[in-house]
Design a protein around this ligand. Structure first.
Ligand code: PMP
Length: 359
């Protein structure tokens, strides 16, 4: 029986990509060595990096006035790097609070500047995204930060905030490359790799040229976007293996028909699962319909005493890593690009069967 991995990240990768990795692991392109053993300064690796960037630009439609950085740091590091690099003498920045990850960015941002929480759904138990009409944006803010898909709370923006001249900065970690994205609407986009990009150990930054300036004096050298761009993401040894796997994922997305095709499949996958959950009185979800994430679907059993039995039985059926994040409990099914529709249907069959035995 095939296993399906619903982890929020590190997450399932396309089987085709993993097979390719296995085939080339010991002997990359007939060179007699592993890609892991290539010097990052070799012409071979430089070519891998250039191809990865080119494929990403093509898949996402990155305009020429944006730079791409392959960062060694996880997504969390950008909560510090963003203020260090983007404040540029200003003392205030706007943050939107919509759940766990946007809050973590806020906490970190407070080390560097006066954080204005321009909108928050905390009093709403993080169940709905605050409408833009209710945002109190500061025209003097250095940037506006938000998280476009809350991996833990299961909310996803299906619209792009309008912040006028103030650069919009987005943590797109958990739905990056799941659908087309108008890059030109953003000052900066960042995303950790371990969801739709590849294995852990990498994050991507896409930043508009005019935002690249030397950071606050005293900033650790690896944390300068400006210098990373000048060094072509090689201020130090980059995560070469992870970048190679990411490049294979970008090529896989192209073969699937690009982001428009990805978006259509992702829409169908999440719709059938939400539909199954909505039709049942045994399971419940909490996020408002229009704000539900297509990638991360948290749900609860009405009787939490059954949680462990549910997880044990799911595991026995090779439906893996469905446990919800510790801060919200319950279950969570992550349906990233690499999760096939068959995996979602297998989960629905199990949900219904479990309900019929325990409901
Ligand atoms: N932002 C979001 C939306 C995330 O989902 C995560 C991790 N799951 C992070 C930031 C933190 O990423 P990392 O562990 O790579 O620092």
């Amino acid at each position: 029986m095939r296993a399906y991995n619903f982890s929020a990240g590190p997450a399932t990768l396309p089987t085709e990509v993993l097979t390719q990795v296995r085939e080339e692991l010991l002997d990359w392109q007939g060179k007699g060595l592993s890609v892991m053993e290539l010097s990052h300064r070799s012409s071979e690796f430089m070519q891998i990096l250039a191809m990865a960037e080119q494929d990403l630009r093509e898949v996402l439609g990155v305009p020429d006035n944006y730079r791409v950085i392959f960062c060694q740091e996880g997504a969390s590091a950008h909560w510090d790097m963003i203020p260090l690099n983007l404040l540029q003498g200003r003392s205030r920045a706007d943050y939107i609070e919509t759940g766990y990850w946007s809050y973590r960015a806020i906490e970190e941002g407070r080390r560097y500047c006066q954080v204005n929480i321009a909108a928050s759904n905390r009093s709403d138990q993080f169940c709905a995204i605050p409408a833009q009409n209710d945002w109190r944006l500061d025209p003097e803010a250095a940037y506006v930060h938000y998280c476009s898909n809350e991996t833990i709370d299961g909310l996803e923006f299906n619209w792009i905030p309008d912040t006028g001249k103030v650069p919009l900065v987005v943590d797109a970690s958990s739905h990056f490359l799941s659908r087309p994205m108008p890059v030109e609407r953003f000052g900066m986009i960042y995303a950790g790799a371990q969801k739709n990009i590849g294995p852990a150990g990498l994050s991507l930054v896409i930043i508009r040229d005019d935002l690249l300036h030397p950071p606050v004096p005293g900033t650790p050298f690896l944390m300068s976007y400006h210098d990373q761009v000048l060094a072509n993401s090689m201020l130090n040894t980059p995560p070469t293996f992870t970048i190679w796997v990411a490049s294979l994922v970008f090529q896989w997305i192209k073969r699937q028909g690009g982001l428009t095709a990805m978006a259509a499949v992702n829409q169908r996958k999440s719709a059938v699962l939400y539909d199954a959950l909505d039709r049942s009185g045994f399971y419940r979800t909490t996020v408002k319909r229009g704000d539900r994430s297509r990638m991360n679907i948290p749900f609860h059993l009405r009787d939490p005493a059954l949680d462990e039995t549910f997880l044990r039985e799911a595991d026995a059926r090779h439906l893996l890593q469905l446990r919800g994040h510790r801060v919200v409990g319950g279950m969570r099914a992550s349906l990233y690009n690499a999760m096939p529709m068959e995996g979602v249907l297998a989960l629905i069959e199990f949900l219904q069967e479990f309900e019929s035995r325990h409901g």
